[in-house]
Design a protein around this ligand. Structure first.
Ligand SMILES: Nc1ncnc2c1ncn2[C@@H]1O[C@H](COP(=O)(O)OP(=O)(O)OP(=O)(O)O)[C@@H](O)[C@H]1O
Ligand SMILES: [Mg+2]
Length: 364
């Protein structure tokens, strides 16, 4: 789909990438409300800049953040010494320094994307602080995306951004919702009233495209209804599986889904056909986190516990060693002994990497 009204943001980032390629690296803070198109503009930028070496990391919304999760994502793609350190439990100063060294040398421009830092753990925020101060002489551009709505003044991210504000190597790119003519262009072929669509969506591209893709003849009363209307058309077993996927996270892990609900691949195909899930490389994910959240919030309270219990059992059966995630589902399942097993282990890990001050204090 064509991206509307993003030429200026792309031109700014192209200029910064050129400077970074000349050895004047920087940190770009890409902000805007949920669904405004941060990920979409980054994907477009990657298509525009194929010569650079791109690595992507992301913070998670669903459970207690993995300590330094995005750094581990990046290490998996960058390989080398950083990847080795991640596997052998290197300390954070060593990890930060190695990442910087690995993207600073070499003739290729490195672009590192860290998505959704409004969910970052404290160690990841410290990583941004570290990079923000040291990228000036590196052949690397780091782009961190975040939602700027609802960040309280004492939020650790806001505090860190304040500390970095004056530095020359820090740049801000802000994405605004689409204008009424932009919404009109997207709605042109649909027969929907563009003014009415703009009023409902406030120009938010996620909600605009959701209404259009759902093939609605009338603009619905509430944007959330659009997402739920799609799920209401699924067969009952697919509907049930959708609830499970909404509680496992934005990305769909086929082996996990198979372990929770054996033989459910055909149902996943049905959900994919509904447009609620889209392809993401070789996998599927929710078309948008807003959609996952709408589905999650619509799950009746008495059904949540049993779903968490099934996910917990599946994670255990697969031997997944992600303590924070296991603790999250153990709590959702109301399984006290499992919480007591996984939560302290998760806190120990968070404390070791200074990922979460409160967890560290509780752990002590
Ligand atoms: N400029 C645009 N023109 C047309 N459609 C767009 C534009 N930007 C985004 N979209 C559509 O809106 C949807 C939501 O965009 P995207 O996922 O990039 O938002 P986001 O800002 O990354 O949200 P989040 O904060 O939840 O990560 C995309 O799937 C895309 O279809
Ligand atoms: Mg996004």
């Amino acid at each position: 789909m064509e991206l509307l009204e993003r030429q200026e943001a792309l031109a700014d980032m192209t200029r910064l990438a050129r400077e970074a390629g000349d050895g004047h690296g920087g940190l770009v803070l890409l902000c805007g409300e949920a669904g405004v198109g941060k990920t979409a503009v980054l994907e477009q930028f990657q298509r525009d800049l194929p010569a650079a070496r791109w690595s992507w990391g992301a913070c998670d919304s669903l459970f207690t953040p993995r300590p330094l999760g995005p750094l581990f994502d990046l290490a998996g793609q960058l390989g080398g010494e950083l990847d080795r350190l991640c596997r052998t439990g290197g300390g954070r100063e060593e990890l930060f320094g190695t990442l910087l060294r690995q993207v600073s040398d070499g003739a290729t421009l490195d672009v590192l994307v860290i998505e959704d830092i409004h969910w970052a753990d404290e160690a990841t925020i410290d990583l941004l602080r570290f990079l923000g101060r040291r990228l000036k002489g590196a052949r690397a551009l780091v782009i961190a995306s975040y939602r700027d709505e609802g960040l309280t003044t004492d939020h650790p991210l806001r505090v860190a951004l304040g500390d970095l504000a004056g530095l020359r190597s820090i740049h801000r790119v802000t994405l605004a919702p689409l204008s009424p003519p932009g919404v009109g262009r997207l709605a042109a072929a649909s027969g929907l009233d563009p003014a009415e669509l703009y009023r409902l969506t406030g120009g938010n591209p996620f909600f605009v495209t959701e209404v259009l893709q759902a093939g609605m003849r009338e603009v619905p009363a509430a944007a959330r209804d659009v997402v739920l209307a799609r799920s209401a058309r699924l067969s009952p077993p697919a509907r049930e599986l959708l609830d499970i996927t909404a509680l496992t996270g934005t990305r769909i892990e086929p082996d996990l889904i198979e372990a929770v609900d054996p033989g459910s691949a055909a149902l996943i195909d049905e959900i994919h056909a509904s447009g609620l899930l889209v392809e993401d490389g070789t996998r599927l994910r929710f078309r948008h986190e807003i959609a996952r959240l709408a589905v999650e919030q619509a799950i009746l309270a008495h059904r949540r516990g049993p779903i968490h219990r099934r996910i917990l059992a599946a994670l255990q059966a697969l031997g997944r060693a992600d303590d924070a995630r296991l603790a999250f589902h153990a709590e959702g399942a109301g399984d006290g002994p499992a919480v007591l097993k996984y939560a302290p282990a998760a806190a120990r890990q968070a404390a070791a990497l200074a990922s979460h001050q409160e967890a560290a204090a509780q752990y002590r």
